[in-house]
Ligand binder design. Structure first.
Ligand code: HEC
Ligand code: HEC
Ligand code: HEC
Ligand code: HEC
Ligand code: HEC
Length: 177
């Protein structure tokens, strides 16, 4: 390879690297604190793909609060034991769940979605307005490990509230304390 070509490639490489760097910076800035894609390690490998996908257990069977209150909440172990009292009792994970259940303990599930404290969100308002879980959480029934699918940025909320068919409020006090 001629020196000139190598030189040109180096310059291109540096420019390419630089623009990738600038892109990453601006992109990072836009996503900072929003945790899109966040999937913390869970104490027990619970799979939505298996339960909500393959076995088609309804979201609200486990997240029954979603339609009625501000928080959707994660199910307590008695919901799991409805099946796992008899299903797959030879699994060490299920044995761990049974032991915790028998001792009256709970599983320390790590929160996937974390809105800042100054924001108020209300599940039931959205469910009553006919929004599907998947509109905001993505195809959870295909996720072996559930992750944050939407950005949860203010723009994301406001864009949807602004759609004429939604007729949802956009004044600051709707979403902020
Ligand atoms: C309009 C968007 C939207 C819809 C629709 C929605 N969610 Fe959520 N969900 C969110 C947001 C935003 C959070 C984070 C709330 C927070 O941090 O306070 C969240 C959090 C959660 C949590 C964590 C516990 C909690 O309440 O903070 C669960 C579980 C959950 N959603 C399940 C569901 C299920 C099941 C459905 C359908 C029945 C659903 N969600 C519909 C936006 C939505
Ligand atoms: C409606 C029935 C039902 C409910 C409710 C249920 N499961 Fe399951 N679960 C299953 C079935 C069926 C399997 C697959 C068993 C198999 O592979 O033979 C399974 C598999 C599992 C496994 C994989 C075990 C292994 O070692 O392969 C885990 C972990 C698990 N469930 C955890 C939970 C937890 C935690 C809850 C409560 C939040 C729960 N399940 C609620 C039916 C259920
Ligand atoms: C068999 C019970 C079960 C079913 C059915 C189920 N989930 Fe869950 N879900 C859980 C458990 C347990 C957790 C906490 C562990 C985890 O994050 O994986 C959870 C966590 C979540 C979270 C993350 C909550 C957080 O910490 O922010 C969302 C979002 C969610 N589920 C949505 C759904 C949706 C949408 C469906 C239907 C497609 C569904 N779930 C069906 C048991 C269930
Ligand atoms: C997919 C569209 C959509 C997204 C995304 C969305 N919303 Fe909403 N929101 C609605 C609709 C529709 C209503 C119900 C309007 C009505 O009927 O009053 C609503 C209602 C609300 C309400 C209740 C208003 C009231 O006083 O009754 C709050 C609070 C709210 N949204 C906060 C948020 C926040 C915070 C986010 C982002 C984290 C968000 N929403 C994301 C569509 C959305
Ligand atoms: C539909 C819901 C919604 C409405 C309406 C809304 N916000 Fe927000 N806002 C959010 C959410 C969610 C966040 C957190 C995510 C983020 O920082 O983008 C946020 C964040 C913020 C922040 C913090 C930004 C930062 O960098 O930490 C400020 C300041 C703010 N909003 C001001 C306002 C003002 C002023 C209004 C009225 C003009 C308003 N918001 C209306 C949902 C909303």
């Amino acid at each position: 390879m001629g020196k000139k070509i190598v030189g040109a490639l180096v310059v291109l490489g540096v420019l390419g690297g630089l623009s990738a760097f600038v892109y990453a910076l601006t992109n990072n800035k836009m996503e900072l604190g929003y945790n899109k894609g966040y999937a913390p390690d869970q104490p027990i490998p619970f799979s939505h793909e298996l339960h909500a996908g393959q076995y088609q257990i309804n979201c609200k069977y486990c997240h029954s609060n979603a339609g009625q209150s501000r928080h959707a909440t994660v199910p307590s172990l008695n919901i799991c034991m409805n099946c796992h009292m008899v299903v797959k009792t030879d699994s060490p994970w299920i044995q761990q769940i049974s032991e915790a259940y028998n001792k009256g303990e709970s599983v320390a599930w790590q929160k996937v979605h974390l809105l800042p404290d100054h924001v108020k969100f209300n599940h039931s308002a959205h469910i009553l307005a006919g929004k599907e879980c998947q509109t905001c959480h993505g195809p959870v029934e295909q996720m072996p490990v559930v992750y944050q699918w939407s950005s949860l940025s203010m723009g994301w909320c406001v864009n949807c509230h602004r759609q004429p068919e939604n007729n949802a409020p956009v004044n600051c006090g709707t979403c902020h304390y």
